[in-house]
Design a protein around this ligand. Structure first.
Ligand code: FNR
Length: 184
C-alpha cells in the first residue's frame, strides 16, 4: 500500500507561490506516496494553557493528521531568513502536550522556495535544525532551494522549466525511497 504523506505548506496566503510549488511536487510524486495537504492557517496560536483543559478542535485535528501520516513533506517560504511564524506555530502545536510529540520518528523532506535568488536557504536550514529536536529523520539529498519562484509557473500553475520539473521529480523519487527505508 502507498505511504501516506502529510504536506505542510509554510505560507497561509491565498495566492501563495509555495502552495503552487507544493502542488507541483504532489503531481510529480511516484505512486508509492499518497500525499495530502494538511492546513495550518486555522490553528490557534500555541499557548500551553490551552492544553490544560480541552484543547482547540483545530489542534486536535491537526495532531491527528500528523500522527496518522507515514511521513511529512515541508514546503516553505522564508520570512526574514527564517521559517514563517505560521509554520513554527504548527510545529510547536504538533510537538505538545509535553511527552506527546506527534512528529516523532516521521521521515521528512524539506523544500524551500522564494521569488528571490536564494531559494529560502535560511528557512530550509532553520527548519532542519528544528527537525532534530522533533526527532524527525530529514532526507539530506537531493536538496531543494527553488529561487525565482515568480517565474516558475505559467498561468495554469504548470512548471515553465523542464530542468525544474526534473529536479522536483528527483526529490520526490528520493523521498519515496527515504520513507520506505525508514518504514522498513
Ligand atoms: C518575505 N520574503 C522573503 N523572501 C526571502 O527570500 N527571504 C526572506 O528573508 C524574506 N522575508 C520575508 C518576510 C516577510 C514578513 C514576508 C511577508 C516576505 C518574501 C517572500 O519570499 C515572498 O513574499 C514569497 O512570495 C512568500 O511565499 P508565498 O506566500 O508566495 O508562498
Amino acid at each position: 500500500p502507498p505511504h501516506d504523506i502529510a504536506v505542510i505548506v509554510g505560507s497561509i496566503r491565498k495566492g501563495s507561490l509555495t502552495r503552487q510549488l507544493a502542488e507541483a511536487l504532489i503531481a510529480l510524486a511516484p505512486e508509492s506516496l499518497r500525499l495530502r495537504l494538511v492546513e495550518i492557517g486555522d490553528l490557534a496560536l500555541f499557548n500551553p494553557d490551552l492544553d490544560e483543559g480541552t484543547p482547540p478542535e483545530s489542534w486536535t485535528h491537526f495532531r491527528a493528521a500528523i500522527a496518522s501520516a507515514d511521513g511529512i513533506l515541508f514546503v516553505t517560504p522564508e520570512h526574514n531568513r527564517s521559517i514563517p511564524a505560521a509554520l513554527k506555530n504548527a510545529l510547536d502545536i504538533g510537538s505538545r502536550p509535553w511527552g506527546k510529540n506527534h512528529w516523532a520518528g516521521k521521515p521528512a523532506a524539506v523544500v524551500s522556495g522564494s521569488p528571490g535568488a536564494l531559494g529560502g536557504f535560511g528557512a530550509n536550514h532553520q527548519l532542519r535544525q528544528i527537525l532534530v529536536v522533533l526527532d524527525m529523520p530529514a532526507m539530506a539529498q537531493p536538496e531543494a532551494y527553488l529561487g525565482h519562484l515568480g517565474q516558475a509557473f505559467d498561468a495554469g500553475g504548470n512548471l515553465t522549466e523542464d530542468r525544474t520539473r526534473a529536479h522536483l521529480q528527483a526529490v520526490m523519487q528520493a523521498f519515496a525511497g527515504w520513507v520506505a527505508r525508514q518504514a522498513a
